[in-house]
Design a binder for this molecule. Structure first.
Ligand code: SAM
Length: 223
């Protein structure tokens, strides 16, 4: 999987790319993350990319030209979906992440400031995704969320894919509570069933716990 990230702040991604599961996936050539600073495409003498909005509204709008040119160059290398992160997009969920795992290359566009020029959205974007009903300063965190969520679904990235398959949302509902050693911590004991060695009953317990949690916390997920 190749993620092509277009951002005005590519340094933002350095910690993400050099830590934990993502770092290992890159080392093992299961994942590539290519960063493009679209400021470098600006035809402005000072590489300025933002300008005042038409209509006299407050805030600054990123011009269409640098984003458009950067996207055209990436698309010349091969067709790929172009996702723009915006609070106005469809809400990200596990199913959307799962669907995107079938692509070999995905282009991710991070906005900033007030907005990007609507015309680049109209011309170039194939999907608009929101990571929640709140407003962040830029699309970098949403891009991280998206890349992280997809990466762990790719074959070979997690050492045990079964772990991801039993996480929340993988079968629609929430996951189950987990415990590790010691058996007793601050007077609280691990449920007996988990120490029983009976794998069939343990699986059933985990499934029931997941359903219970979903009913109480996320009844909207119960179909
Ligand atoms: C200040 S926000 C722009 C908000 C926009 N004017 C609006 O009313 O929806 C700047 C950038 O942050 C990103 N962003 C902020 N919140 C987001 C969210 N909840 N989901 C996805 N992207 C978000 C987008 O890329 C956006 O262009």
């Amino acid at each position: 999987m190749i993620f092509e990230v277009l951002s005005l702040f590519p340094d933002f991604f350095s910690g993400f790319l050099t830590s934990s599961i993502i770092f290992r996936a890159i080392e093992n050539e299961l994942l590539q993350v290519k960063l493009t600073d679209y400021r470098t495409y600006s035809k402005n003498r000072h590489h300025q990319v933002d300008d005042y909005p038409y209509g006299g509204f407050p805030g600054m709008v990123i011009q269409a030209q640098p984003i458009y040119d950067a996207l055209q160059e990436l698309l010349l290398e091969g067709n790929a979906p172009v996702i723009y992160f915006t609070p106005q997009g469809r809400s990200l969920n596990q199913q959307i992440l799962q669907n995107y795992t079938s692509y070999e290359r995905i282009i991710l566009l991070c906005g900033h400031y007030k907005e990007i020029d609507q015309r680049v959205r109209d011309l170039c974007i194939s999907d608009e995704i929101s990571i929640g009903d709140y407003v962040l300063s830029g699309g970098e965190i949403p891009a991280l969320v998206f890349m992280d969520g997809i990466s762990r679904l790719l074959p070979g990235v997690l050492s045990d894919i079964e772990s991801a398959n039993s996480d929340s949302f993988s079968s629609g509902g929430l996951g189950f509570p987990c415990y590790t050693r010691p058996d007793i911590f601050m007077g609280l004991k691990v449920p007996d069933i988990l120490l029983s060695g009976n794998h069939k009953l343990i699986k059933q317990w985990a499934s029931e716990q997941g359903i219970l949690l979903t009913r109480t916390r996320r009844p909207d997920l119960i179909k």
